[in-house]
Write a protein of this length. Structure first.
Length: 131
């Protein structure tokens, strides 16, 4: 493992992130999901003004925007290739009315030392969330 927390994956020529370099991207990925759910335009615009967002979940597979929801991320993966990072995780959302599981994939690009969301994709997870 290199000093910057990245180890090379020889077969794919993609670097797999480890601490400390990927803390910023993971934190930003979580912050973006929360801002997306709250429809917080100020935060979304500062992180991803021109991002392409695709949410393929049906209305019954997600909570209404603005509802009090807690989120947990499982099976997080973060890959780094130059100034591009891909974050993916299983997201479990829980509210008083139930629980939903989704898969989140985000592509982040580093510009002038800061990470900006390029695109995000959210789909219903094949496995249901435990209540």
């Amino acid at each position: 493992q290199a000093e910057d927390g990245i180890r090379d994956v020889a077969v794919t020529e993609v670097q797999t992130c480890a601490l400390p370099i990927c803390v910023d991207v993971s934190a930003s990925a979580r912050q973006w999901v929360d801002a997306y759910h709250r429809r917080d335009r100020t935060t979304l615009d500062s992180m991803a003004a021109a991002a392409a967002v695709t949410d393929d979940r049906k209305p019954e597979d997600r909570f209404p925007f603005g509802l009090e929801v807690t989120r947990a991320f499982e099976d997080e993966q973060l890959q780094l290739s130059g100034d591009t990072a891909t974050f993916s995780a299983r997201m479990i959302e829980r509210a008083a009315t139930g629980a939903h599981a989704s898969h989140v994939t985000q592509t982040w690009v580093r510009r002038q030392g800061e990470w900006h969301l390029q695109d995000a994709h959210i789909v219903k997870d094949a496995l249901p969330a435990a209540r």
